[in-house]
Design a binder for this molecule. Structure first.
Ligand code: 0O2
Length: 224
């Protein structure tokens, strides 16, 4: 859909009318695809909220503590496409990126993570594309979390589109570490040092031990 462009404005900023129309068209395509990813997030969070509501009524406890979500920022999208050697175009986004739409589920215990993952992926409209289990196999820096790429159908006015969403499931303790590590790593005026990496790794290991102990306690009292 072409949008009306103000000729006086275009002349003023010295952009030929043709390029401005191409720009407006591309911007609109980008807006449309972002809207689709937003809708996919809405579908996934609704499913998780339904599970959460059901479990809080049927079980004596609800394993889902919090559900968060985010859409990848345009700059991060462009940077990831360039990093992966892909074209930076609107078409390239859905062809090459799986994590434009991201949903994060925070649980109490490690077992809860696998329970939630199974509940979600056993629904017959969800297609599991990829699993990265950074709990069984943590990253070298100590990062732990359970990542899945899923495909979910979204019904628009004229078509059904299968959209990809990255679902990260982690305990509160894993989330605490990842959030702080993210802040420390992105603090631009402090260079990454081996010492800091070692400190962060130690914290991750302590947190993992605590998670395991809390789970043992929960097992002992038949909580999970
Ligand atoms: P943000 O801010 O969350 O958007 P792939 O997608 O398979 O090509 P990628 O992107 O490395 O490869 O996927 P992976 O390993 O599944 O990790 C993607 C996301 O996991 C990251 O998204 C982070 O959210 C989180 N993550 C992965 N490793 C780390 C880590 O070492 N520390 C922290 N704090 N988070 C991590 P983005 O896009 O990098 O960031």
């Amino acid at each position: 859909m072409e949008r009306e462009l103000n000729k006086a404005v275009l002349a003023h900023i010295n952009i030929p009318e043709d390029s401005a129309h191409i720009f407006a068209e591309k911007a609109h395509q980008f807006e449309e695809i972002m809207m689709m990813y937003q809708c996919a997030i809405q579908e996934v969070t609704t499913k998780l909220e339904v599970l959460s509501r059901e479990m809080s009524v049927r079980n004596n406890r609800n394993p889902i503590e919090t559900i968060k979500y985010r859409i990848k920022k345009p700059q991060s999208i462009a940077e990831k496409l360039v990093r992966n050697g892909c074209e930076v175009t609107v078409e390239s986004i859905s062809q090459n990126l799986n994590d434009v739409a991201g949903v994060r589920v925070i649980c109490s215990f490690i077992d809860d993570i696998y329970t939630i993952a199974k509940m979600l992926t056993s629904q017959d409209d969800i297609h599991l594309v990829q699993v990265k289990d950074y709990i069984k196999k943590p990253k070298k820096n100590g990062y732990r979390s359970y990542h899945m790429i899923i495909e979910i159908p979204v019904f628009f006015s004229d078509r059904k589109k299968h959209m990809r969403v990255e679902v990260q499931i982690r305990t509160m303790a894993m989330d605490f570490w990842a959030s702080l590590e993210h802040q420390v790593r992105y603090k631009k005026d402090i260079p990454d040092s081996a010492e800091m990496s070692e400190h962060l790794k130690k914290c991750a290991d302590v947190i993992a031990e605590t998670d395991a102990e809390m789970q043992n306690i929960a097992h002992k009292i038949n909580l999970v």
